[in-house]
Design a protein around this ligand. Structure first.
Ligand SMILES: *Cc1c(COP(=O)(O)O)cnc(C)c1O
Length: 378
């Protein structure tokens, strides 16, 4: 007799709404099989409206949006850009694309995001030594906003431009303002694992029309608006397909349900695992409302009796995907030698941190499988 294996539980798989095909059909019927068209225009307008940002540019990825954000701000060789050390590599790769140098900043244990005091003191110090960065890329990690007010105040004081990497935080809020509206420019991702997806895609949002116009120009091969092919800048082919924008619109219409689903999943994990010794879930800071794109926690191995890696291995043996928290970028070989402001908080979060299956389509019985395996170990 063969026992059929339990279906695999993924960390954050794409979820369809059932409306994607209808909108894709509309896009195909319209004949706009191109990296521009009515679905792109509508998707940009809908996201801009939702985020209360006046200007939006749909792009082929969040990484492309980060790259263009830095280019639109004129960041280049010789400049430094401060960013969170606890983030996905794409955040800092964009800094390298433009030839600038990243400076990595440690996390605040209250939110796992940029430590606002460290940013403010660091910028004051950098101002005295003439070492101010051109820009700061703050990340809204795992669906929770950074503490933007003190960070923005410090940046304004020193004339440092602010890019909000909200790739993981569409739908979150900070003091009643939406994630993606908290910087001069903001970046979203619609990669397959994010809260809404176009399979691959991203968006750049801006308060100023000039920066988004500049980014749109660079994203469209930097073609000058004349009859022949005229180029004054190095351009990129970064725009989002009209077909994928149709998928994005179907997904966006489902965003509120998805936020509720991800928050409910995190609440259920807390209910079921919150009593385990040595477990601490990423706190929800009082200044905002997180989506909990991923439910994350740290496990103290001495207290729990098993390490983070042992828990991941145990889940993997049952066909369940869990992952470590991001490895801090100042520990990555590719960024070896980059300056870092402190770093121990992020190092600890990486050493002990786990991301649990959190997809908006995760059913209670599937989540119970995860919970049961984690609890068995205690
Ligand atoms: C996913 C992600 C990105 C990159 O987005 P892509 O659309 O995959 O290029 C950038 N920053 C953070 C924090 C992310 O999680």
């Amino acid at each position: 007799m063969t026992v059929s294996p339990s279906p695999r539980i993924y960390l954050s798989p794409p979820e369809l709404t059932g409306r994607e095909l209808a909108l894709l059909g509309e896009a195909v019927a319209s004949g706009w099989i191109a990296p521009l068209g009515p679905q792109v225009d509508a998707f940009e307008a809908e996201v801009a409206h939702r985020l209360d940002m006046p200007h939006a540019l749909a792009l082929s990825s969040g990484t492309a949006a980060l790259h263009l954000a830095l280019l639109a701000l004129g960041v280049g060789p010789g400049d430094t850009v401060w960013t969170s050390t606890l983030t996905f590599a794409a955040t800092a790769n964009a800094i390298a694309y433009v030839g600038a140098t990243p400076v990595f900043v440690d996390s605040d244990p209250a939110s796992w995001n940029l430590d606002p005091g460290l940013v403010a003191d660091g910028l004051d110090r950098a101002a005295r030594t003439g070492a101010l960065p051109r820009a700061l890329i703050g990340v809204d990690l795992y669906g929770q906003c950074a503490d933007w007010e003190p960070i923005a105040r410090a940046c304004r004081r020193h004339g440092v431009a602010i890019i909000e990497d909200a790739a993981e935080a569409l739908g979150a809020s900070y003091r009643s303002r939406p994630a993606g509206s908290l910087g001069d420019l903001a970046v979203l991702s619609f990669n397959g694992n994010k809260i809404i997806t176009t399979s691959g895609g991203g968006m750049l949002l801006g308060a100023a029309r000039s920066a988004i116009d500049r980014a749109r120009h660079l994203a469209t091969q930097a073609r000058e608006p004349v009859r022949h092919y005229e180029h004054r800048d190095i351009g990129y082919n970064y725009r989002l397909s009209n077909l994928l924008a149709a998928v994005g619109r179907a997904q966006l219409a489902d965003l509120d349900r998805r936020i509720a689903a991800r928050r409910a999943i995190r609440a259920r994990y807390r209910e079921a695992l919150g009593d385990l010794p040595g477990w601490s879930f990423m706190p929800e800071a009082g200044y905002g409302r997180a989506t909990f794109w991923l439910t994350t926690a740290t496990i103290d191995p001495a207290v729990f009796g098993a390490s983070r890696d042992e828990v991941i291995d145990r889940l993997a043996a049952e066909n369940i995907e869990a992952r470590p928290v991001w490895k801090p970028l100042h520990l990555q070989p590719v960024f070896a030698g980059a300056p870092v402001l402190r770093g121990e908080i992020a190092e600890g979060l990486f050493r002990d941190g786990i991301c649990l299956p959190s997809g908006s389509g995760l059913t209670p019985p599937a989540q119970d499988r995860v919970i049961e395996i984690v609890r068995k170990r205690s």
